[in-house]
Design a protein around this ligand. Structure first.
Ligand code: NDP
Ligand code: 8X3
Length: 251
């Protein structure tokens, strides 16, 4: 039977790689994000492979938009098998007592509330069908705070708590929950974190071979394709020369 994967934040990095990977493996894919031209580009790339794709253009921070996006799904797209809650970001690396209020609001609203809104919209259908999988993109940053990580780390610790809570609340069903926690992945993440300072962003990956979006998509797809009785509950994926959020051995 044809399966459907919905990936939030599919315009870039890990989300884009997941959309391409699930499409390549025969899933129909629903791609979401705020940047419409990038969604269109990706949609064309996926369609060229003969795969069905549906674009939803909205901001996960907008509760009403999340509701309308899912409520508007045509019948043939409404039974989502895999939800990849990927949309997220870090902003700034300031000490907690000097942080920027707006950066905090955006990170909390996107990484925590946006993930919750999407879960609330999609999971009831999974429960009704007794079938489905939620893959939350957490982070090594949720395991332990690092210097300047404060609020971002807190949002990813929240992703762990929300993943664990959801898994408990779904234990009577066949719906699975995975908290997929990457370490250093070279995407647009650091450009966003440093507000477009590309030189500072590049320095994050200097002297170490980081993971790629494709590496994370491999793991997401592995979790989704494990036998039905196997639930990959949590997985930490680090670059070989990274040992924790704050220990990276650079050459
Ligand atoms: P990118 O910046 O490359 O991608 C982020 C994606 O999130 C974009 O598609 C962006 O789309 C989307 N997004 C951001 N805000 C919103 C919003 N309000 N509504 C909808 N979509 C949004 O970074 P990554 O691919 O690296 O990040 C993806 C996830 O992986 C994030 O949750 C991040 O925290 C996590 N992560 C990243 C790591 C890394 O080292 N790169 C490591 C661990 C976890 P658009 O701007 O078009 O809306
Ligand atoms: C992204 C990885 O270590 O920069 O979550 O926080 S890190």
């Amino acid at each position: 039977m044809k399966k459907i994967a919905l990936i939030t934040g599919a315009t870039s990095g890990i989300g884009r790689a997941c959309a391409l990977r699930f499409a390549r493996e025969g899933y129909d894919v629903i791609i979401t994000g705020r940047t419409v031209n990038k969604l269109q580009e990706l949609s064309e790339e996926i369609q060229a492979q003969g795969v069905n794709v549906l674009v939803l253009n909205y901001d996960v921070r907008d509760c009403k938009a999340c509701h309308e996006a899912i409520a508007s799904l045509p019948a043939e797209w409404s039974e989502v098998d895999v939800l990849v809650n990927n949309a997220g970001l870090a902003l700034g690396l300031e000490a907690e007592y000097e942080g920027d209020y707006e950066d905090w609001e955006i990170m909390i609203d996107t990484n925590v509330k946006g993930l919750l809104y999407m879960t609330r919209e999609v999971v009831p259908g999974m429960v009704a069908r007794n079938r489905g999988h939620v893959i939350n993109i957490g982070s090594v940053a949720g395991d332990a705070a690092y210097a300047g990580g404060n609020v971002y780390c807190a949002t990813k610790a929240a992703v762990k708590a929300l993943s664990d809570g959801l898994r408990i609340d779904l234990a009577h069903t066949a719906v699975r929950v995975t908290n997929l926690k990457p370490g250093l992945v070279e995407t647009n993440f650091s450009n966003t974190r440093f507000h477009g300072d590309t030189a500072r962003a590049a320095s994050v990956y200097k002297g170490v071979k980081p993971l790629t979006g494709d590496d994370i998509a491999d793991v997401a797809f592995y979790a989704a394709s494990a036998p039905e009785h196997v639930q990959i509950a949590e997985v930490l994926v680090l670059a070989t020369h990274q040992a924790s959020g704050s220990v990276i051995c650079r050459s």
